[in-house]
Structure formats: structure tokens, C-alpha cells
Write a protein that binds this ligand. Sequence first.
Ligand code: FAD
Length: 387
Amino acid sequence: MALAGRTIAVVGGGVGGLAAALALARRGADVTLWERAPELGEVGAGLQIGPNGVAVLEALGVAGRLAAQASLPEAVELREHRSGRLVARVPLGAAARARYGRPYWHLHRADLLAALADAAVAAGVRLRLGHEIAAADDIELAGAEVVVAADGVRSRLRAATGADGGARFTGQVAWRGLVPADRLPPVLARPAARVWMAPGRHLVSYPLRDGRLVNFVAVEERAAWADEGWRQPGDPAELRRAFADFGGDAGALVAAVSDCFLWGLFGHPPLPRWQAGRVVLLGDACHPMLPFLAQGAAMALEDAWTLATALDAAPDPAAGLATYERLRQVRATRVQRASAQNARVYHLGTAARGPVHAALRAASALAPGLLAGRFDWLYGCDVTRAG
Ligand code: FAD
């Protein structure tokens, strides 16, 4: 299916849908993107994009613009929540570039969406904002040879592939927001990702936009999520109560929060099928993952590139969609599982923490390369080399 002139509909204008629309249009497809929100945008929040995601942004031609907006973390630091004592440090910065040939980025989500949307429009994508698509047989999609369902974890189009049920609450909630750096200890504006680990909870912070803002994600295990929606305005007082035993810089960060959103984290087990007929799933619609490896957006970028190259090289749409599914399924499922595993390490109970933290501390001090090397399979993958 050489893509030139082929008609493709993309449903969803998040990172996955915009990247897919751009990659398909660059290969000559006639792409319309449907997004239910009246504007492309996102609540103020950051995204970590590993070198594997940066590889796709480079291939899509948007990395130059984003490099000027990205923060470059020197390391990921794992710390104890009360004392702030360092447990382990995984070098990024120059180490990531030397190891993978590309940087690790921290980006404002709005900057990433704007770069992808501008490039997509320049490549000829028609954006249809404020249009909710009810199902894969919606009249708006009638003329499309391929329908890309990039409509997020609560996908309505997923049912077209025979997937049963919706997304389920994972037992985790996340408060998320941005704090002006001038309200915080200066160390929090230094370029690094910090993770404070506590039983059943953890807090992540990293600076954005030249250190003027500090992004935070605070995750807590909970039995139930009562709200109908999956995101709601968060109550900073409730956040402070839940993280009251976090000390030092982490405590200062929690104390300084004045606005935040609360997310119920939803997911479903890996799907046996990613495509059926002309419909194909991509990003969170297909493989939602807990944010503990910070890879959901990067996986959506990898999906987008692989889908466009597979369709372009195939004799017909069905063959292209089958190739995409085959190329992506094993890796995305592995990342889904590894993200859930990281949740267990971050949230260890009081008894297990001691020995595990001691082992991490020893590994970090004696063989820092060993800790970094654990993620070579993830960050060292460049899906753009295949196509
Ligand atoms: P979404 O971003 O959910 O986009 C779906 C789009 O579809 C939305 O714009 C929605 O309005 C639209 N839509 C939905 N239904 C319809 C419909 N019926 N008709 C039309 N439009 C529709 N990932 C990282 O890589 N790094 C991180 O650091 C990171 N941190 C995270 C922290 C938290 C707390 C959370 C919750 C997630 C995090 N992620 C991170 C994951 C990442 O945000 C997602 O994996 C990624 O945004 C998925 O993109 P998507 O395009 O598949 O879906």
C-alpha cells in the first residue's frame, strides 16, 4: 500500500494521533485527524522522553524545535522519602548521549503537542477539532481506507477490534502539576529527575522551561476510584495529607503546590489483537501503561513511525496493519509489564525496603553502568532505523 494519495482517518489528537498523522502525511497519505476537544492542548504537565522517543521526533523533523525547549537531565536520582537520602543515581545527560547517541529530554507537554501539530498541518493534515467520534463506523470516517484509533486509554474505537470491556482502575492515583521554581529550594530547578520512594507512594519531580517551572507527579495506591471521569481538579490539601511524611526537598515541594490535577490511572491487560478490518489501535488506546517508566508517550511515538512505514511498504492495508501489529506487540507489552514492575520497586513496604535499597545503593556506588545498562533494551531501540 504505497501511501501516496491514500485516505486515512486518525481519531485522537494526543501525542500518538498527531505523530501518526504527521508520519502518514509525510509519506503522501491524505490524512484527516478528528479530536473531540475544541483546542489541542493539555493541562500543564511535563513529559519525560527517553532517547528511543527522541529518535522518532528526529525522524519526524521536529527535534530541532524541541531541542531548544527541552531540559536535559543529568541523572535520575532515587531517594528515601523522609530523609531525602540518596538510594541510587542513574546517570543520563552526557552518559545517555554516549550510550544511545541521543539525549534524554524533559518537555512541557504543550510544547510537544504544538510542535507535532504545526508540523502535521504543514504536511497537509486536516485537523477537525471539536468532533467526537462515536464509533469506528461513524459517518465521518466513511471514506477512510484506514482508521487509526489513537483515542486514549478510554478508547471508544477499541471495541472495533473485538476487545472486551473498558479500562479498569489500576489501584493507583496520580496528582500532577507545575510549581514556579522561585517558590522551591533551588536544587529542584537543577536538571535531574528525582524520585522519592515511600511505602505505597512515590513522588517524582523535574524542572522544565529553563528551570523556571518544576513538574511533579505524586502517586498513591488506593482501593477504589469513585469518580466517573479519570481526571479531576486535585485538592492540594489532600495531596499534602497523603504525603505528610515526605521530608526535605520533597516536603518543600508538596508544601508549595497550589494547583494540581488528580488522575485515576486506568489500564487493561495486553490485547491479543491490535487491528481488525480497516481499524488499528495506537498508543494508550492499545497498550496503556502505568507511568513508572515514563514511556507511554514514547511508545505512542514508536507506534506512529512503525505504522506509517509498515503501511507504506505493504502491498495492501491489511498486510501493513498486520506487519505493524507484529513489529510492535512484543515490545509494547514488555514495556507495559516493566512499568508495572517499577511500581512494585518504588512502593515497597517497610520490611522489604531496607534490603532492596541497600542493594540499589551498592549497585549505584560500585557499578553505576550496571544500573544504566538495565534500560539499554528500552532506550537503545531506534525504530526509525528499520524503515
Ligand atoms: P492521549 O494523550 O490520551 O490522547 C487521546 C486523544 O484522543 C485526546 O486528545 C482525546 O481528547 C481524544 N479523544 C478521545 N476519545 C475521542 C473520540 N471519541 N473522538 C475524538 N477524539 C477523542 N509518558 C511518557 O512518555 N513520559 C512521561 O513522563 C509520562 N508521564 C505520565 C504521567 C502521568 C501521571 C500519566 C497519567 C501519564 C504519563 N505518561 C508519560 C503517559 C502518556 O501521557 C501517555 O501514554 C500518552 O499521552 C498517550 O498518548 P495518546 O495519544 O495515546 O493518548
